[in-house]
Design a protein around this ligand. Structure first.
Ligand code: PMP
Length: 429
């Protein structure tokens, strides 16, 4: 080899080689057979899926599947072209109409992924003389959108409206400014204080974009996300989202009421220079959006499920990063090695969770992250709880249990709780 192009990856390769081989490696997991929204066969084992972002359980919704089948039969497997050439079918336009109805906005643009929606909107809107102000805990697609554009990028402290105010104050009042935040942050499941952030943005004549990737479907009276939940939709200039979580398929979008929004179709490279979504995906996304609007029961269920898991983990003594009022549950683990081992043991016990490590996490936390689904049963969540407790004790993350299975240091109330957990999960196991 004559080139040193790959030398810069040596540290990463070295770190990777230290991970356990085979089943214990979190980066090589494959679902050998998908059984349902909440179960799969992994490493030959029947496994409960506790980290899929399949919040509404739409991947196996029969109406979505039927719509996708019909579109596949009628329109074929793919569009083989970009939205601006041969890749706009009437179904893409219809999906954009559905998004406009869903959000009550004048404009909607569909991208091939949520990642591309962020890349495209952020990099295109903010040009060379403009400023982008992003929350420090922003998703990679937001950082990459900033890197792709030519604007000056400024980070403000996570969910800190006062810090945003301070940073906006320093800028030329006439410069173009775009503030980018997320409705729900994916690692710790916390909500952005959108009213404050929007008010500060308006005070400094900055536009505000909210990425609702983890909140569409779950929050707001009709599932429009955190802006709807907090009653501030009229203060938000752009909402970006994805079809890859609650909507149960793939794709991204941006909605807005800005009168010049449609020009993006002519200047936004991640929209123009990639193939459009296949018709089957368009059909299932459109069907899922219609189901999500109407289905409050799914919204209630996902929050009920999340509270059950977060509360249960908290009660057995884990150091929680999440509170339960979001579809995410995350346990903080002190050392990276323990987090990796914990993840592997959970998989062996039949529960798949996400392992999230720095630099992908806020505050350099090592996290075992779960994302709940409305499709999870209470018994499945009890099963997760039982396994978390078992592995937590085995690895010394929780106090060890005595021979009766009771934690040695627990008070009576906690003892009752752990008893309940093992009783219910015994029925599932
Ligand atoms: N934004 C956020 C906050 C996300 O978490 C993700 C995906 N994890 C995306 C955007 C990208 O979405 P997609 O999967 O549609 O590319």
């Amino acid at each position: 080899m004559t080139t040193s192009l790959f030398d810069k990856f040596d540290t990463i390769l070295n770190n990777f080689s230290q991970l356990p081989e085979g089943d214990g490696n979190p980066f090589t997991v494959s679902m050998e057979k998908v059984i349902s929204q909440t179960e799969a066969v992994i490493n030959g084992r029947h496994t409960v899926l506790a980290g899929t972002n399949n919040y509404m359980g739409m991947t196996f919704n029969q109406d979505c599947i039927s719509a996708a089948h019909a579109a596949l039969d009628e329109q074929g497997t793919g569009t083989t072209g970009s939205r601006v050439l041969n890749g706009t079918y009437s179904s893409h336009n219809a999906l954009e109409e559905t998004l406009k109805e869903f959000y009550g906005t004048e404009h909607a643009m569909v991208f091939s992924t949520g990642y591309q929606a962020n890349l495209g909107v952020i990099a295109t809107l903010a040009g060379p003389k403009d400023y982008i102000l992003i929350d420090a805990d922003s998703h990679a697609s937001i950082y990459d959108g900033c890197a792709m554009g030519n604007a000056t990028v400024i980070r403000f402290r996570h969910n800190d409206a006062a810090d945003l105010d301070k940073k906006l104050k320093r800028l030329d009042p006439d410069a173009g400014k775009l503030v980018v935040v997320e409705g729900i942050y994916s690692m710790l499941g916390d909500q952005a204080p959108l009213a404050e952030l929007a008010a500060i943005s308006k005070k400094h004549s900055a536009a505000i974009l909210v990425d609702e990737a983890h909140s569409i479907g779950v929050f707001g009276a009709t599932g429009r996300g955190v802006a709807q939940e907090q009653g501030v939709e009229d203060q938000i200039d752009f909402i970006v989202g994805t079809f890859s979580k609650s909507v149960g398929t793939i794709g991204g979008y941006c909605v807005s009421n800005h009168p010049k929004f449609e020009v993006l179709r002519l200047v936004c490279r991640p929209y123009m220079f990639t193939a459009s979504l296949p018709p089957s995906v368009v059909a299932s996304a459109q069907t899922a959006l219609k189901i999500i609007v109407e289905n409050n029961q799914l919204r209630e269920q996902i929050i009920t499920n999340s509270i059950q898991l977060n509360k249960g983990l908290d009660q057995v003594g884990f150091d929680m990063g999440t509170t339960g009022k979001s579809p995410i549950a995350a346990i903080k683990i002190e050392s990276k090695e323990t987090a990796i081992a914990f993840w592997g043991e959970m998989l062996k016990e039949g529960v798949y969770v996400n392992l999230a490590l720095p630099p992908a996490t806020p505050q350099n936390l090592n996290l075992l992250r779960c994302s709940l689904s409305a499709a999870h049963t209470s018994a499945q969540i009890d099963f997760m709880l039982q396994k978390f407790k078992l592995v937590g004790e085995r690895l010394g993350v929780l106090p060890a249990a005595d021979a009766s299975g009771m934690p040695l240091s627990c008070e009576a109330e906690e003892t009752n709780q752990s008893q309940q957990v093992s009783d219910v999960s015994a029925a599932t196991g």
